[in-house]
Design a binder for this molecule. Structure first.
Ligand code: LLP
Length: 402
């Protein structure tokens, strides 16, 4: 929960904006680093969750690697301090330009997702007299028990190479002279909350697949288990720092590894989700035929998760929390300004009586928030405001002043 001083400062800042609690970011990253060390696991931060430079610089400074899914993410990660040999690059559709740039950057590994991609990378490396490190993303056909749109490890999903192509794949890897096979990559989904059950199952399946590759003459030095650790959207204050220990312990207890095999993970959401809050203002309160609407200045253009996945984000009225009057609560449909009926932050949410100008907090928005924002309806992009640099935030303008 934000303290009174911070809320007072927010009153001077133009809304909407993403507020980053840098202290929480550091605590989360430090804790993940400590747990990774304890369990002998290497972390690659999944850059797609949030590309804000200040966050990336802190995370790269901790010695983490980066997991990227586009050529621009590779270049950006490199620019924000991740050494090339700690950058891995996944994604089902890498363009020639993206492959070329990553090859030249000298990244740690391409996480290849199809046989054809391996051909193309081998060919390009050959032409340019280079050797590419390749890890192969496998589709293990495991249900992550999460939202359909963020499930990635089932045969119905486009990701990874599935079992029926294993023999062909092994053959290609052996014959491709311009690639170094370095390991196997998996990622079965995001916002996984049944951590012990799902990751134990993933590890058991991974053990079988690794053994199959090794029996067939390919040494698997790196096992990358992807990201997916869920965060508590319902109670971000109680569980501000995700349970990295349970995740890493589950992996350690279930993965079969030799001394010379490195286990990697790629958390995105769990490192950054809780450190940001989207701050918005109530523009209008409208009483509809059957409900009350709170119309905010932040919308689905700023954060698409509710509209796209029906995702829940906790919403608080910061101004009302400072008042001693207005004790009553009321149910509101909290909506954004965008001309779409799906631009709804939450339906029937119980809040203290809210009025025009109230500051509202949309919690847990550090992951897949700003990165998925758009300029739909020609809206401006909400800027980042940092807890340790509130003075450089854009000032609110009073248009009633003559
Ligand atoms: N590694 C790979 C290969 C991935 O595809 C992803 C996420 C991650 C790591 C990081 O997963 P995380 O630890 O953040 O769960 N926009 C959606 C989430 C999409 C996740 C896509 N892949 C959302 O807002 O929920």
């Amino acid at each position: 929960m934000l303290d009174i001083n911070t809320i007072e400062q927010f009153d001077k800042i133009a809304t909407p904006f993403y507020y980053y609690d840098m202290d929480l970011l550091r605590k989360t990253v430090d804790h993940a680093a400590e747990m990774a060390e304890k369990y002998g696991i290497k972390i690659h931060y999944a850059v797609k969750a949030n590309v804000e430079r200040r966050l990336l610089e802190y995370i790269s400074g901790k010695g983490f690697g980066a997991d990227c899914v586009s050529g621009n993410e590779v270049l950006h990660a490199y620019d924000c301090g991740f050494p090339a040999d700690k950058i891995v690059y996944a994604g089902v559709g890498k363009s020639d330009k993206e492959i070329y740039n990553a090859l030249k950057t000298g990244i740690e590994a391409f996480n290849c997702e199809s046989l054809q991609e391996i051909y193309v990378i081998n060919e390009m490396a050959h032409v340019h007299g280079l050797k590419a490190n390749v890890s192969v993303r496998i589709n293990p056909d495991i249900d992550a028990h999460t939202h359909k749109y963020v499930t990635t490890g089932l045969y119905e999903n486009k990701f990874g190479i599935s079992q029926h192509e294993f023999d062909k794949l092994i053959d290609i890897l052996k014959k491709s002279g311009h690639i170094n096979f370095i390991g196997l990559h998996f990622h079965i989904g995001s916002q996984i909350t049944r951590v012990e059950e799902v990751f134990a199952l993933e590890c058991q399946r991974v053990n079988d697949i690794v053994a199959y590759f090794e029996r067939n003459g390919l040494k698997v030095n790196n096992i990358n288990l992807g990201g997916g650790l869920g965060v508590d959207y319902d109670d971000p204050d109680e569980n501000a720092i995700p349970d990295f220990e349970t995740w890493f312990r589950t992996i350690s207890e279930n993965i079969v590894r030799r001394e010379d095999q490195m286990v990697h993970v790629e958390p995105g959401r769990s490192l950054v989700a809780q450190c940001a809050t989207l701050i918005s203002r109530v523009l209008f309160v409208k009483s509809g035929e059957t409900k009350n609407f709170l119309i905010m200045d932040a919308g689905m253009n700023d954060l698409i998760r509710p509209a796209l996945y029906g995702a829940y984000h906790k919403i608080e009225n910061l101004s009302a929390s400072q008042r001693t009057f207005y004790p009553t609560h009321q149910a509101y449909d909290i909506v954004g300004p965008v001309c779409e009926s799906s631009d709804v932050w939450g339906a029937g949410r119980l809040l203290p009586l809210s009025v025009r100008g109230d500051l509202m907090a949309i919690r847990s928005t550090g992951a897949y928030g700003q990165v998925m924002a758009s300029r739909y309806n020609m809206k401006d992009l909400a800027p980042s405001v940092f807890s340790d640099d509130l003075d450089s935030a854009p000032a609110v303008v009073d248009y009633f002043e003559k």
